[in-house]
Every structure is written in structure tokens, then in C-alpha cells.
Design a protein around this ligand. Structure first.
Ligand SMILES: C[S@@+](CC[C@H](N)C(=O)[O-])C[C@H]1O[C@@H](n2cnc3c(N)ncnc32)[C@H](O)[C@@H]1O
Length: 244
């Protein structure tokens, strides 16, 4: 499957497809209490252009990392990075739908999904991806969560965009109720959102075209503006947990 041209241009040359940074991803990876020299099996779900895929492979230097995404275009970008970083012998990409993952039960020590669980839904993702983990294996997902009591604008926007946005406390309860041991969380800081939005805006300025392009640009601009007006209300939050 390939992505529409306007989508391609909007995200062209971005080193990642969600608010975040190398610093934040490294902070999250540091929460994984596994030997960095160990031979672990790692899966990155909805890897996009794979900034985190590469960081995971560099951190766990004897491990194998499999990265999946629905869109070949992103996987091609990641394949170039894999070869540039001499990681072709232990980092592999697959075009796959996260709703139908073709991996065996208990195959992975770490399953990582940055800004992608919203596609399947937080509750469903926790439930369906558990089978992929070895006992005590780590699941790390980031999901939009309320940080402060949200304004009516934030609440309305997210109700229409992704209706599983919730408080950190409620997400942690869901994690525990889902048969995981909750380990820790990391909030994606405002500066990560700002720099992501600034780069995205530069690309959006180059886009013009038919109605579907205009609708797409309007929606992304709205997303950026709602964040700018309500930056204290919400963020992506990484949840680090283990299968029990
Ligand atoms: C917001 S991006 C996050 C990408 C990357 N993890 C990051 O943080 O930069 C969401 C990713 O999920 C991918 N995606 C969308 N639907 C998918 C599906 N059904 N199965 C697998 N990947 C999907 C998109 O192509 C995109 O790369």
C-alpha cells in the first residue's frame, strides 16, 4: 500500500512522524532493565521512518530488531538508514498491518510502539499485543494523555480525533487491569512538539491542490493550533510495562 502524494509531501524529510526527539526516546529506552549486550528480540510497531528503530538497535547492540509499518514508502526510508548505519544483519523491515501481526506468540522481549497504538486503540493494542511478549517482556507504547484538566477546546478536538485520550492515572489502571506490571511513564516535552510542528508547518506551506489536499492541510493545521493554544493540557506519554 502506498500513501497519497499530499501525505508524502507533508512529512517529507522529517526524521520522525510524531512529536518526540532522540533525547526523549533515549530516556524511554533507558527505563528498560535489560542487559544492553543481551541478544533480545525487539519489535517496533508503526515504525514510520524509524528514528526509534535505529536507536533501539544501537542501544541493544547484539539484538535483532524487526520494524513493521503499513506503508512501503516509510519502510524504504528506514531501509536506507539501516544500510547507512551498517545494521542490515540485524534490523529488518516488513510491510504489515498492526491489526494482523504475523508473528508467533511469545516471540519478543521488547515490543515498542511510538505514537501508533491510537490506530488500533489503546485498550485493544494492550490486549492484542500481549501474546507477542515473552513472560516479563516489555511493552512500551506512547499515547495522547491528559496532563492537566483539559479546556473544552482540547476535549472537543480529541473527542473527534481519538476518543481514548485519558488521564495518566486511568491509563495506568488500564495497564494493570490488562495483566501488565506498570513500570514508569515519560511525558513527551513541549519542545519536542514545537520542533515537530515547526517542521511540519514548513512542509504544509508547500502544499496546494485539490479538495482532499486542502482538507488534509486544514486538519493538520487545526491539530497544530489546538496544541499551541492548549499545550499544558495533553501530550504523548510513554507507558513502560512488563507482561506478568
Ligand atoms: C504517527 S506515525 C508514528 C511513526 C513513528 N513511530 C514515529 O514516532 O515517528 C504512525 C505510523 O503508523 C503507521 N500505520 C498507520 N496505520 C497502520 C497499520 N494499520 N499498521 C501498521 N502501521 C500503520 C503509519 O504509516 C505511521 O508510520
Amino acid at each position: 500500500m502506498d500513501i497519497p502524494l499530499y501525505f508524502y509531501i507533508a512529512y517529507r524529510d522529517l526524521d520522525r512522524l510524531s512529536p518526540g526527539s532522540v533525547v526523549t526516546t533515549k530516556k524511554v529506552i533507558d527505563k528498560i532493565d535489560l542487559d544492553i549486550d543481551g541478544e533480545w528480540n525487539i519489535l517496533d510497531i508503526g515504525c514510520g521512518v524509524g528514528q526509534a528503530t535505529i536507536l533501539l538497535a544501537e542501544h541493544f547492540k547484539n539484538s535483532e530488531v524487526e520494524a513493521i509499518d503499513l506503508f512501503v514508502h516509510y519502510l524504504n526510508v528506514l531501509d536506507e538508514k539501516i544500510s547507512k548505519n551498517n545494521l542490515s544483519d540485524r534490523v529488518f523491515t516488513y510491510q504489515m498491518d498492526m491489526r494482523d501481526l504475523d508473528f508467533a506468540n511469545e516471540e519478543f522481549d521488547i515490543v515498542y510502539a511510538e505514537a501508533s497504538i491510537e490506530i488500533i486503540g489503546f485498550g485493544k493494542g494492550l490486549k492484542e499485543w500481549k501474546r507477542l511478549l515473552k513472560p516479563n517482556g516489555y511493552l512500551i507504547v506512547s499515547d495522547v494523555s491528559w496532563i492537566e484538566k483539559p479546556s473544552s477546546e482540547s476535549r472537543k478536538f480529541w473527542k473527534n480525533t481519538y476518543d481514548e485520550v485519558d488521564t495518566i492515572e486511568n491509563k495506568i489502571s488500564q495497564i494493570s487491569d490488562g495483566g501488565y506490571e506498570f513500570i514508569d511513564y515519560v511525558i513527551v516535552p513541549m519542545e519536542d512538539w514545537r520542533s515537530f510542528h515547526n517542521k511540519l508547518e514548513e512542509n504544509l506551506a508547500k502544499l496546494n491542490g485539490d479538495k482532499s489536499t486542502r482538507d488534509f492541510v486544514r486538519q493538520l493545521k487545526k491539530e497544530i493550533n489546538v496544541y499551541r493554544q492548549n499545550s499544558d493540557d495533553y501530550s504523548y506519554v510513554f507507558y513502560i510495562m512488563r507482561r506478568v
